[in-house]
Design a protein around this ligand. Structure first.
Ligand code: G4P
Length: 290
């Protein structure tokens, strides 16, 4: 589901998260491992306001494992604990409560020192739409709880979900907005499927995808679609369109006069990319940060 964010929505989403923050010990910030920067809310530091935080790089099954490791090292350098997971299959999800308790170790020890029995630590999952919040909540709960594609402003009565004996999670996630005023962010989120085609033109998104893939993952693109001729110049629009046409021809996307149906070809490129059929692909690396 695509959320059209307006200033009113953002204010409400922010207010909702701030209300929830009062109830919890730790925020669990969910990012897309393929695009950790673009899937990050631009105001997250301000909104979370110093709450202890665990960063989860979700959809790690679709991202380049080496790049994900580099991101985790990068977050560690910035003082953040992180974990790469795959919420849809549950890979490493069982490490979340362990990490969370490790992060809150001092607080828990203080309670024990005062003779208190520590209560389960309470967490809140936050992240932009489509990053996998509901999938993760359901996975941690071991049953279907969160409706996928939640919207800000639609709060039901909040409940705590037990995650083992030592952790509890709010059943509704905190929904954040992406940095969509940056066009590049928009294209990357569209390429990974977080923003739907209704918002951006499908051929424009596929064009962007082919250009990125030709630059960083040509072998994967060539292998998937049986291509033999890489674009001679990535800045030449006609060359990128030529590669899109090659893909279309390989997949029989033809219209009258032997021309390629670019819209159909674009759909195929994006669908297969998002499904992971081109292999594990990361679109952002900490190495390229300046
Ligand atoms: P949200 O609550 O943050 O909005 O996200 P949600 O859980 O609805 O997940 C969005 C899509 O991402 C879902 O696909 C879900 O299955 C998929 N997803 C979540 N976590 C992972 C993961 O770790 N790996 C992979 N490969 N996919 C994941 P969907 O239900 O098929 O919806 P869609 O594909 O139609 O968007």
């Amino acid at each position: 589901m695509t959320i059209q964010w307006f200033p009113g929505h953002m204010t409400r989403a922010r207010r909702e998260i701030q209300e929830k923050l009062k109830l919890i010990d730790i925020a669990i910030e969910l990012l897309d491992a393929r695009v950790p920067l673009s899937s990050r809310n631009p105001m997250v530091e301000e909104i979370l306001h110093g709450k202890p935080r665990l960063i989860l790089l979700n959809k790690a099954d679709l991202a380049d494992a080496r790049t994900t490791d580099k991101w985790m090292a990068n977050f560690a350098e910035q003082g953040y604990a992180s974990l790469s997971i795959d919420a849809s299959t549950g890979t490493r999800v069982n490490e979340i409560p362990i990490k969370v308790r490790a992060l809150l170790h001092e607080k828990i020890s203080r309670q024990v020192a005062k003779g208190m029995t520590p209560r389960p630590v309470r967490g809140l999952i936050v992240g932009i739409p489509n990053v996998g919040k509901s999938t993760l909540i359901n996975r941690l709960a071991g049953r279907n709880i969160a409706a996928t594609g939640d919207r800000p402003g639609v709060t039901k009565g909040q409940q705590w979900i037990k995650v083992g004996t030592e952790m509890e999670l709010l059943d509704t996630p905190g929904i954040l907005w992406p940095k969509f005023e940056d066009q590049l962010v928009g294209f990357k989120l569209a390429m990974t499927g977080a923003i739907r085609e209704q918002v951006l033109n499908i051929e424009d998104v596929a064009y962007f995808a082919v250009k990125e893939l030709a630059q960083y993952y040509w072998d994967a693109l060539a292998e998937r679609f049986g291509l033999t001729e890489p674009p001679s110049d990535l800045e030449n629009n006609l060359e990128i369109v030529r590669v899109m046409e090659d893909i279309g021809r390989k997949r029989g996307c033809l219209i009258s006069g032997g021309r390629v149906d670019l819209e159909k070809a674009s759909g195929i490129i994006l669908r297969e990319l998002r499904a992971g059929n081109l292999g594990r692909i990361s679109l952002e690396s900490p190495e390229f940060l300046v």
